[in-house]
Design a protein around this ligand. Structure first.
Ligand code: SF4
Length: 331
């Protein structure tokens, strides 16, 4: 099975003015040398602190932002230079659901027009066929068919997110980018929406890339976990493996902070040293070294670790510890 998403050595750098005092320009490496692939019907979660590059990566997958270097292939098509009919197909085949259903739906459009919009723009369908597809999408997200006549403000937050999901799935995309899709919702309805995403995936066999800061959502939703730090992909692998045996010291700290507080002395949370460094001046060598609890020597502050394959499930880690452990191949 050909992967739905293949990302190879992808980078996005921005020239940023240092402002009045420092003067000159600096290079912000928002995403730096990221590689991974995702199979059909799988979910990958991007996690890491804010500013780690998750959103920049998601925007490149949506072709809302062009990479500085590297390549993205979706269903075998290179996104670079995509135009005309191929670009139109991409715009229906890759859809997004954003965090805030209050902001993402036009208040002046009826639900029918919101849900139908992608098809109206990209496909020439008869009115009857369009109605059939809108009804199919509303049914798939658990909304009544007469919702089509109403305006978004007549619905609750959870129902509005269902409308946003209906408008994303109507074109039967093979890939959906979910940017914090439940974090703006009441806690009581988050699990309903997460279950809805799972049901939709079973029905339509689409892949998801989910940007999330909540690790509970991540573990529930994702088959693969991608951990980012200062624009680098520091660990990538099957979600359960990463949760149970995190290899990169940053992943270990991130996961340990999310575990329940220690009551019986079995779990000692790893407290990260210092603040997240400015992405404009990332530390030398391994960018995590000033905060790392497992530094192995000078090599950590002088040489950037290579991305190294670990195990045989396509997992990778960027840390000298993994290289020193004699991992079989380096990417
Ligand atoms: Fe820590 Fe060194 Fe690994 Fe970086 S390369 S995460 S500093 S052990």
């Amino acid at each position: 099975d050909e992967p739905v998403v293949e990302v190879e050595n992808l980078s996005r750098h921005f020239a940023v003015s240092r402002g009045l005092f420092g003067g000159g320009a600096a290079m912000l490496r928002a995403v730096d040398g990221v590689s991974f692939s995702l199979a059909r019907g799988e979910t990958m979660a991007l996690v890491g602190e804010s500013g780690c590059g998750k959103t920049t990566l998601a925007r490149m997958l949506l072709k809302l932002l062009e990479p500085t270097s590297g390549r993205i292939r979706i269903n075998g098509h290179d996104l670079e230079g995509l135009s005309g009919e191929a670009l139109r197909r991409f715009r229906t085949d890759v859809q997004a659901v954003f965090q805030d259903p209050w902001a993402s739906l036009s208040p002046r459009m009826r639900v029918f027009d919101i849900v139908a919009e992608t098809l109206v723009i990209n496909e020439r369908l008869t009115r009857t066929e369009l109605e059939r597809r809108v009804h199919e999408a509303l049914t798939a997200v658990g909304l009544p068919l007469d919702a089509a006549r109403n305006y978004p403000h007549e619905f609750s937050g959870g129902q509005r997110q269902r409308i946003a999901i209906a408008s994303a799935i109507i074109a039967r995309p093979s890939l959906m980018i979910l940017d914090e899709p439940v974090s703006a919702l009441d806690v009581s309805i988050r699990s309903q929406i997460m279950n809805l995403f799972k049901d939709i995936q079973d029905e339509f066999h689409c892949s998801y890339v989910i940007v999330a800061h909540d690790l509970g959502t991540t573990r529930f939703m994702a088959d693969r976990l991608a951990v980012m730090y200062l624009g680098r992909l520091v660990e990538f692998g099957p979600t359960d493996d990463v949760f149970e045996r995190p290899v990169h010291p940053y992943t270990q700290a991130l996961l340990s902070a999310s575990l329940p507080l220690d009551v019986d002395g079995t779990h000692k949370p790893i407290i990260l040293k210092g603040e997240l460094p400015s992405p404009l001046a990332p530390p030398s060598g391994c960018p995590f070294h000033p905060r790392c609890q497992s530094v192995i020597g000078e090599i950590c502050s002088t040489q950037e670790p290579r991305t190294t394959a670990v195990g045989n499930a396509g997992a990778t880690v960027a840390c000298h510890l993994a290289e020193a452990a004699g991992a079989p191949s380096a990417l």
